[in-house]
Design a protein around this ligand. Structure first.
Ligand SMILES: N[C@@H](CCC(=O)N[C@@H](CS)C(=O)NCC(=O)O)C(=O)O
Length: 621
């Protein structure tokens, strides 16, 4: 006989009908009781007994053996966990309807926390034997069912089998009908969700502007953690897109069970603005718009020598990853503003020492603009705002109406494109380009200095795998990126549907229009920019029909019109990117000795010499 078939004496604690009703209310929302049918519930209620706990008394003490499982009937308990020699830290408060104590019973482990009443409280206690027989046996088949699904959720990838099993025991998918709201922007949040089946749509509304769909979630994507981890209200509304099922984990279970992944979730919040974004594209936009203090004057001199910039003192300098579309947005802005600047373009990866030198190690993210007075600005939106402010360009109020709602709409659209188009368009083009080794090499060469080109053969594979890893470029990512670009195009077309000339309804282009067009350039390949990347025709055959479809869409045509009509205005006197391409920038350099070239050449030479020496030594052995 297996243990579960051994007949066991039922435990019975007599209680009034009113007491049974109180238990039923207390466990109504408790996930552990969800799988019990009425008869099983009655048996569990029979076995429960009431216990009163005075304030300050611990009903469970960390490290003790587990004897009972408790459901709180009234009052409140603080749960404390002590790690190592640190003092116990309060992790959560459990009130009426909440429960604790199951882990030690389920896993025959010592108590993992101390539960102390904060006021006179009462609990319903259930003994270990009944708990294991009634609740655990019932959850084990469910556990098997969910373990496989949870194993496929990327953010849980680092959890051990037993941690996954614990989560599987307390989850239960809830069905939602098409359009039904799962969480609502602005509400307080006390649950965390993982999409188990179907899809959901994430929408956000800022100020008076219309609600925008940010992205769609699919099986395995998670949401709701921001409100749980930060106590902020829900940042967006998530609604079922078609019928769907979501696994829902409440705050106490989240706090107890998600300990090992909470740091990952917390870290992700700072890096992404939507849930799918981080899953699909990795984190790219950690930098808040900032305009930081300049390095010291000495540091600036060293930096200028190091970067080998052709920029004369007092000239505006753009440090870039040459083919970055965020850089293109800033370049466009500088051109429209008619500013004479010099660009230091680099291949990805190669840019890091240069970005570090300009920002004194504060950021490796490009574009970075260094201004004549010595300060620098990174983040494309910060640059546009600064240019607009200093030169009165009117990008945030092109019609000079002074209408704050128009400015708000422009800022919101610019943010939206930065967050929702920039990452996907980059992921999409990289997903195809990284497989085209020669084409990619050519593109990197185009934006490298002569010295960088010298080390490129050694560094090239590292650059490619660095891009692949940091941006999580993979086939599934390309598909999600394509979908996301499609949604941004849908939203742009919805705006253009009333026949307006520009996205914010202005009569002249605004920052929103430049941003959309520039961030769409890697999928549209406007002919004005063939020299920077290359002509669309050279993209791999598999990507071409997708790109052609984007070009043919009204949103694609709008961006191409922006390029044709506004990319090179009269203010753009020196056309840097003509048929001769980016080389022109490189040839414009040279006012300062190119120390970077020497640094790279020395590194390359050392690598070759050290490699030769190591080989020789090894062969001699
Ligand atoms: N929000 C930023 C995004 C800039 C960005 O993602 N830059 C990428 C190139 S497309 C970069 O420099 N990545 C290199 C790095 O992070 O080290 C902006 O608008 O400037």
């Amino acid at each position: 006989m297996t243990p579960s078939t051994v007949p066991q004496k039922k435990i019975f604690h007599p209680k009034s009908a009113q007491a049974r009703r109180r238990i039923a209310v207390a466990v109504a929302d408790n996930l552990l009781f969800r799988n019990l049918d009425e008869e099983q519930k009655e048996e569990v209620f029979d076995a429960m007994f009431e216990k009163f706990v005075e304030p300050g008394v611990s009903i469970i003490t960390q490290g003790d053996d587990g004897d009972y499982f408790y459901v709180v009937d009234s009052g409140e308990f603080d749960i404390f966990v002590q790690k190592g020699s640190a003092p116990p830290a309060k992790v959560v408060t459990v009130g009426a309807g909440g429960s604790f104590g199951e882990l030690a019973l389920m896993y025959n482990a010592p108590r993992a926390a101390t539960c102390t009443a904060t006021q006179r409280s009462s609990v319903w206690a259930l003994d270990r034997v009944t708990f294991r027989r009634m609740i655990m046996d019932n959850t084990s088949s469910k556990r098997k069912m969910y373990e496989r699904f949870l194993r496929e959720v990327p953010v849980l990838a680092d959890l051990s089998d037993s941690e996954i099993a614990k989560i599987a025991d307390v989850v239960d998918p809830l069905p939602f009908k098409d359009g039904e709201v799962i969480i609502r922007q602005g509400d307080a949040g006390d649950k965390f969700y993982i999409l188990a089946e179907g899809a959901a749509s994430v929408k956000q509304k800022k100020g008076d502007a219309a609600e925008l769909e940010l992205c769609r979630l699919h099986k395995g994507n998670y949401f709701g953690e921001i409100a749980l981890l930060t106590d902020r209200p829900r940042a967006a509304t998530v609604a079922a897109f078609g019928d769907c099922k979501v696994v829902c984990i409440d705050r106490p279970a989240f706090t107890r069970l998600f300990g090992p992944v909470q740091d990952i979730l917390r870290r992700n919040i700072g890096n992404y603005k939507t849930y799918e974004y981080i899953l699909a594209y990795g984190s790219s936009d950690d930098a808040a718009a900032s305009s930081d203090a300049a390095p010291s004057a000495d540091g600036d001199e060293v930096m200028r020598a190091f970067t080998g910039s052709g920029a004369a003192p007092g000239q505006v300098r753009l440090t870039s990853i040459g083919f970055s579309h965020y850089v293109e947005k800033v370049r466009w802005a500088l051109d429209v503003a008619g500013i004479d600047y010099v660009e230091d373009p680099h291949a990805p990866g190669m840019h890091v020492p240069f970005a570090d030198a300009v920002t004194s190690g504060r950021s490796s993210m490009t574009p970075i603009v260094s201004w004549p007075d010595g300060h620098y600005t990174h983040d494309s939106t910060a640059v546009l705002l600064e240019l607009d402010d200093v030169y009165g360009l009117g990008w945030y109020d092109p019609d000079q109406t002074g209408d704050a709602a128009v400015t708000d709409a422009i800022v919101q659209l610019e943010d939206y494109f930065d967050d929702m188009l920039g990452g996907p368009s980059r992921s999409f083009v990289y997903a195809y380009l990284l497989a085209e080794t020669e084409l990619m090499r050519e593109v990197c060469n185009n934006v490298s200095t002569a010295a960088e080109r010298a080390v490129l053969p050694v560094a090239y594979n590292g650059i490619l795998s660095g891009i692949r890893r940091s941006l999580r470029i993979h086939d599934e990512g390309a598909r999600l990126a394509q979908e996301q670009i499609g949604r941004v195009f849908d939203n742009v077309e919805a705006l253009l549907a009333d026949g307006r000339s520009y996205l914010a309804g202005t009569t002249k282009p605004s920052a929103a229009d430049f941003t959309f067009a520039a961030l769409a350039y890697p999928i549209l390949f406007p002919s004005e920019h063939e020299s920077l990347l290359f002509a669309r025709e050279r993209m791999p055959a598999a990507a071409k029909p997708i790109l052609d479809a984007f070009v043919a869409r009204p949103a694609g045509q709008f961006a191409l019109r922006m390029y044709a009509e506004h990319r090179f205005p009269d203010s753009y006197h020196t056309k840097r990117f003509n048929a001769a391409g980016v080389q022109q920038i490189i040839h414009k350099r040279g006012t300062y000795p190119n120390f970077a070239g020497w640094v790279y050449a020395t590194i390359a030479a050392s690598v070759v010499v050290a490699g030769g020496w190591a080989l020789k030594t090894w062969l001699n052995w």
